[in-house]
Design a protein around this ligand. Sequence first.
Ligand SMILES: NC(=O)c1ccc[n+]([C@@H]2O[C@H](COP(=O)([O-])OP(=O)(O)OC[C@H]3O[C@@H](n4cnc5c(N)ncnc54)[C@H](OP(=O)(O)O)[C@@H]3O)[C@@H](O)[C@H]2O)c1
Length: 271
Amino acid sequence: MTNDARSGPRCVALTGASGFLGREVVARLWQSGIEVLGITRKITQGLPFVPVVYDLTDGGQPVPPMPGARCSALIHIAGHYPGSTLAPSLLHEQGTAQVVQLAHQWRIEKIIYVSAQGAGMTAPSSFQQTKWTAEEIISHSGLPYTIVRPHLIVGPGSTSMTWLNTHGRVPSVPVRPVHVADVAETIIRALWLSRTEGRRYELAGPQMVRLTDLTPKNGTFSRFKRKISEVQLEQLGITAVRGGFVDGSWISDFGLLPRSILPAKALSASY
Ligand SMILES: NC(=O)c1ccc[n+]([C@@H]2O[C@H](COP(=O)([O-])OP(=O)(O)OC[C@H]3O[C@@H](n4cnc5c(N)ncnc54)[C@H](OP(=O)(O)O)[C@@H]3O)[C@@H](O)[C@H]2O)c1
């Protein structure tokens, strides 16, 4: 890679830089003095990255030239978001193919891809199936890569939690939420850690909680008559965790102890 003395990239390109997770990653890179190019559909004032306007679902657009600094790594975060009317395949499959094309044209040397819990060819939702196809596109790109599959990401400004809290009563299903700060830290460490190359990591938080534990106990949403279904959750990339084994290689390979989301006393009596 085009590295500095600490063997890390001096400039990183990001898709999804303006989103919930992207902002956390950008802030950390910026604080470390690393330049960020943010690939976005529109320019948002006040965010600490150089914007590159490029819609990943517009297949007719030529790849824009890389402005200014030479970025040696690319973090592909953009993903289908709650409430979008577009099919998940458009951004996950066509969009990821465009990201790979851009990576080759920009002579990127490493890609980190943010997939989702439950990504799989025969997964229950089109969201998870198309995330799996995107993983395959990345893994066949010919570039060194690391893929992370976060469970429900929580923290201030969570798009998924905001959607859930405004679209119905959430079901009381077990989940293993992961904090946005831990996901962002993992992505950044993956830029440096060559042992994570070619690997896919499940990012699940240390606590099994009920989705209802994460939503406020009063407020307008509690008056919703309609309950959000598990199928709707799967379309957001959230699958109920009913027992089973969570691969711990994330913790050992990244040397990171993920934080608890809730104090123990706030958990449902069943845990
Ligand atoms: N949040 C969760 O609980 C969760 C859980 C598991 C996995 N994930 C995955 O993590 C990633 C980030 O999630 P998030 O919650 O941070 O998402 P988010 O807040 O909804 O942000 C989505 C980002 O995608 C970008 N984007 C959307 N369509 C685009 C397009 N056509 N071209 C270019 N950029 C486009 C948006 O950029 P502009 O608006 O600037 O164009 C925005 O920055 C996603 O891939 C998501 O599937 C999230």
